[in-house]
Write a protein that binds this ligand. Structure first.
Ligand code: XMP
Length: 319
């Protein structure tokens, strides 16, 4: 039996010993890994930890607020929330190529993060949520298609040039162990069981051009889908689920009138490793309910389709 408490105690004393009186920067993404790292750090060194969260304007509805509530209000962490929405949306204006989206977002993320990190005096360390599979992957032993087909970037991958010494308390753990650790540390269930969310966020789910209005439509539809998944118990039975706003308008009828509005796709998959995935066989009446709600409640959407492609040959994300 793996003794979580022993791991926690050992990790905390290792962090304290390594850090001394210096400060540690911790990038928060809203996901499980970085939250667990932050919780460990806060337990170990409290106010010596400085958490940075970059709001790139490409997050799901309520995401930034959830992070603020948890880390600033509940943990009383030194939380540096950077509102960089304008910077990101300006940079992405007229960018519709998926790889260019990723590159642009990755570049600006590092710039914004660097700038904020410089404002924290005596910061010598950077804590990252690197997991064991990431360690193997960067060592070249495993070169998965997900790593090569799309240029990935996330909070876990800040460049060495930032000049910090790294603290990677999760580098011996697998994802399920990180979740158990999160439970043991008292993180909310909702956070511990969160599906992965890509670093480029809604940018790769808002196909084609990204505008504030299109992101808003996507957020509203996505919120309905997630809410229904959670209420029905399907959230835990899927590995990842989200809405994609298509770069397509289609004809519809409303009352006596003709509409010409957006189509969205629902995507839900089951997978163990995200290298291959099966589309989730959600019940038809459940899909019908979601479709009706989205079309009734989200202005600008008049059509909902369900993605029934598996990976490979399709990928999980559409871009
Ligand atoms: P695909 O679409 O390649 O996705 O089947 C596999 C997994 O990777 C996630 N993903 C990303 N994660 N930055 C990330 O941090 C990215 O650019 C990125 N692209 C895809 C995707 O959500 C899925 O979990």
């Amino acid at each position: 039996l793996w003794k979580m408490q022993t791991f926690i105690d050992r990790t905390i004393s290792e962090i304290r010993e390594k850090v001394g009186n210096n400060r540690v920067i911790c990038g928060l993404s809203g996901g499980v890994d970085s939250s667990v790292v932050a919780a460990l750090l806060l337990k170990a060194i409290g106010p010596q930890a400085a958490c940075i969260f970059v709001d790139n304007g490409l997050l799901r509805m309520g995401e930034a607020d959830a992070v603020r509530k948890m880390f600033s209000e509940w943990y009383k962490a030194d939380l540096h929330m950077v509102d960089a929405e304008k910077r990101f949306l300006d940079a992405l204006k007229d960018v519709s190529d998926p790889q260019l989206k990723r590159k642009t977002i990755g570049y600006h993320f590092i710039e914004v993060f660097k700038q904020e990190a410089r404002s924290i005096p005596n910061a010598k360390f950077l804590a990252q949520g690197t997991l064991y599979p990431d360690v193997i992957e960067s060592g070249g032993a495993v070169d998965g298609p997900a790593a090569t087909i799309k240029t990935h970037h996330n909070v876990g991958g800040l460049p060495k040039e930032l000049g910090f010494e790294l603290i990677e308390p999760l580098r011996d753990l697998f994802k399920d162990e990180v979740r158990r650790l999160g439970v043991e540390l008292g993180l909310p269930e909702e956070l511990v069981w969160r599906h992965p969310f890509p670093g480029p966020g809604l940018a790769v789910r808002c196909l084609g051009n990204i505008t504030k209005d299109r992101l808003e439509i996507l957020r509203k539809a996505d919120k309905i889908f997630l809410q229904e998944l959670k209420e029905s118990g399907w959230y835990k039975k899927t590995s990842q689920a989200f809405v994609v706003l298509l770069p397509v308008q289609s004809v519809g009828v409303m009352g006596d009138g003709r509409t010409y509005e957006n189509a969205v796709a629902l995507r839900a998959v089951q997978t163990d490793d995200f290298m291959t995935a099966d589309w989730s066989h959600l019940p038809h009446d459940f899909l019908a309910k979601i479709s009706t709600r989205i079309i009734n409640e989200v202005r600008g959407v008049n059509r909902v389709v369900y993605d029934i492609s598996s990976k490979p040959p399709a990928t999980i994300e559409w871009e």
